[in-house]
Design a protein around this ligand. Structure first.
Ligand code: GRF
Length: 203
């Protein structure tokens, strides 16, 4: 399975995929890492792992549609079987998402359907949630709304601030994202016609 990883920042989830692959826990090839920001640290991680990188800045594009058309063309050139969003801080057009239906994953730092969008840790703390976490899901046109594949829970401690809580969640993200990608690579995980995610038995 050829995988494209889209990032905007640190790329620690990208690193988790690289590490899983190196440890023999993921038989997939990260074919390309694409960032909309040239200063994303994840690009450095990719280069160190000898993975091809592409920067497609959103600056200078007249519209979201124009940017996504270019992104679609870039993806097509690398012909991935799976696109993984890993801290890619852009909302994708329905056209692009539809094109990758069932072949695009995202990781979101909350227990969806709770806390779609930004500042999930701050919002979970403000709400006094005892439990928080992360979700890997298939991407659908609605933001952070696709069917969940796997979720990880963490406890919220009384003395948590957003940073501490985020770190605890991120550790779990690094566990569940490689797992979901591995299931796709094994051909066991698919988006059903009913819009739900299904995992087949081990081969
Ligand atoms: C993660 O918390 C991810 O869930 C969110 O953005 C963050 C990206 O972190 N969408 P990293 O770039 O993978 O370190």
């Amino acid at each position: 399975l050829r995988v494209a990883v889209l990032i905007s920042g640190s790329g620690s989830n990208l690193q988790a995929l690289i590490d899983a692959q190196r440890a023999g826990r993921l038989s997939a090839e990260i074919a390309v890492v694409i960032s909309n920001r040239s200063d994303a640290y994840g690009l450095e991680r990719a280069r160190r792992a000898l993975i091809p990188t592409q920067v497609l800045s959103h600056r200078g594009f007249p519209s979201r549609e124009a940017y996504d058309a270019e992104l679609a063309a870039l993806l097509d050139r690398h012909a991935p079987g799976l696109v993984t969003l890993a801290g890619f801080m852009r909302i994708l057009t329905p056209e692009l998402v539809a094109r990758w239906q069932g072949r695009m994953l995202n990781i979101h730092p909350s227990l969806l359907p709770k806390y779609r969008g930004l500042h999930t840790h701050e919002r979970a703390l403000a709400a006094g949630e005892p439990i928080h976490g992360a979700t890997v899901h298939f991407v659908t046109p609605e933001l952070d709304d696709g069917p969940a594949i796997v979720q990880a829970q963490v406890p919220v401690h009384p003395d948590d601030d957003a940073e501490r809580l985020a770190a605890r969640v991120l550790t779990q993200e690094h566990r569940i994202y490689p797992l979901a990608v591995r299931w796709i690579a094994e051909g066991r995980l698919a988006l059903g016609d009913d819009g739900l995610a299904y995992l087949d038995d081990e081969p």
